[in-house]
Structures are given as C-alpha cells and as structure tokens.
Design a protein around this ligand. Sequence first.
Ligand code: NCD
Ligand code: ZN
Length: 345
Amino acid sequence: MQRITLIQPDDWHLHLRDGANMASVVSATTRCFARAIVMPNLKPPITTVAEALDYRKRICAALAPECHFNPLMTLYLTDNTSATEIAQIKDNEYIVAVKYYPAGATTHSENGVTDLQKVWSVLETMQTYDIPLLIHGEVTTANVDIFDREKIFIEQVLAPLLENFPDLRVVLEHITTQEAVDYIIGKNNKLAATITVHHLLMNRNEIFRGGIRPHHYCLPVLKREKHRQALLRAATSGNPKFFLGTDSAPHAQFSKETACGCAGMYSAPAALELYAEAFEQNQALDKLEGFASFYGADFYRLPRNTKKVTLEKRTWKMPTYFEFGKQKVIPLRAGAKIYWQQVQN
Ligand code: NCD
Ligand code: ZN
C-alpha cells in the first residue's frame, strides 16, 4: 500500500458561506486543513473588521469541540472601503488580507471595485502596512472572450498595479493559464499564486463531456489542456510562489442545475486527495508537501503547522451529494472514484 505523510496543509482560498450552509460544509475542510483563508463574498459582503470577526466567531461556533481549525479572515474591497478601516488589519492576527473582486467578475462580486483609482489610498495603506492583496484576476469587459479574461487582466490591470505599488504583496488567486504562470515566475517574491485542484485535474472539455456539466462550471472557467499542463508544472515545480488554494465554493444543487447556474465547485470533501492524484500524474508526490503545507504559510509569514496527515492509495467512492443547510450540494467527483484517502495519524 502506497502511503504519503505530510505536515498538515492549509487552504489559502476557501468559500465557507454562512449560517446553516456553512455549518454543513466546514468539517469537509477541517478534516484535513489546519487553517484556511476564508473568502468574504457573502451577501452582503464582509467589508469591516467587526464583520470579519463576527463571521469568524460564527465559523468557530460551528466547529466540533475538539477541532482546532483556525479560520483566517479577509475583507472585501469595495469602491467605498476606507483606508482607516484597512489600517486596522495590521494589528489583527485573525484578519490577514484584503480581497479584490473586479465588480461583476464572479459570484457575489456586484459590490466589487469598479475602478482601482477609487481605492488608491487603500492600496497605499496596504503597501505601507504590508497587508496582502488577494486578486480575482479577470477583466469584466463584456467584449473580452471569457477564456482570455485572465490574460488580459494581467496585461491591463495587474502589471500597472504592481508598477504603481512595487512593495505591495499580492496573491493572484486560482490562476488558470500559462500566461499567469509565466508572469508569476518572472516577478519577485512579493507576487504569488494559488492553484485549485480542479484546474490541475480538468480542462475545459470537462464542462461539455457528453452534455453540459453545470458542476464543472467555475470562475475562472476551466481552460485548454496546454494551460492545465502549465499549471501542473508550476504546482509540482517546488517554486514557493505557487501554493494550495482550493477555491472550494459550494452552491445548492438547484442553483447549479438551472438555466443560469452559479459558478463554483465544491471540492473540499476530497481536496487533498485530489491534489495527491494531480501530483501523482506528474510523478511529483514528493513536491506535494511544499505546495500544500509550507509555501502558503511562508508567504503569509505564519508558522508552518507541526501535526501530520497521512494519505493512502486506496480507492473509494465520493457520495453523490452532501447536506447543505436545507438543500443539497453536489461535490466534485460525485458518485465517482477517488484514488487517495486520508487516514488517521
Ligand atoms: C466562487 C464562489 O462561488 O463564491 N465561485 C467560483 O467559481 N470560484 C467565487 C470565486 O472565487 O470566483
Ligand atoms: Zn474563490
């Protein structure tokens, strides 16, 4: 039996939702991740320190008593965010970053930034206090092809942003293209990127395999095989600028299986196991620990975890659905095989 043991990983990009939905999904993450950066795109969004701390309390209240999971919070940047609010983050151990959604780019991004000029003083404050900016890197211009949105964002928004704020620490979230990989590699270590497991395992054919597959629709949308290969090479390269962020984003079944479905895949129930599968494809299981457990913590200047987790090469079947408050949520690989399984240490 093949086994791998690694220092416990963290998920540096996660959607937990709120209320009963959050309570239904949080244990899928805490079963293997020690910490996660929790995205603030609730409705209404988490825009203040007080709201983020309240949200964190609700998450902690939903944890099993023996669970030591540490949710790390983010604030949602809007056109109206004040520099004074953001400055408070610097002294807060539970709020670690600010999330920039271009308005209209993805789920619950309608309150996002319409023009970076409007948040210039906030960005200056973040640079001064060394608060990381987490970016959903897609332009929203209607005439830009959906498969080019990340590439154009890098050229038109990210590059000028980094020129204006050379000391700002930035994470380009859930990268999906060769262009993003090349751009990140070419920059200094103030710029890093998260990579999801679904972008490592699937290309855009999986949205249309035998019919339309709403559960494979996420943003940024899956790309061509050559981009998946570029992401796999980056994730397994041992370059600390690339680290794990699942972007696990649960939506109720009815809001995915409909005429205009929501974007987001629920990967948490087998996230680490699926990353192991992806790394195995590239004969790089030895690189999984750095990507999953070290580089993110190093980037955020947090201590690495000390406990360990073990995965065994053993086939099991993902349930066809999970409870999601009063609804159901369909996980990635629903009803299909998963080839690694976490075992108790
Ligand atoms: C995310 C969600 O549902 O909140 N959806 C997604 O497709 N990834 C938002 C996001 O990260 O873009
Ligand atoms: Zn996300």
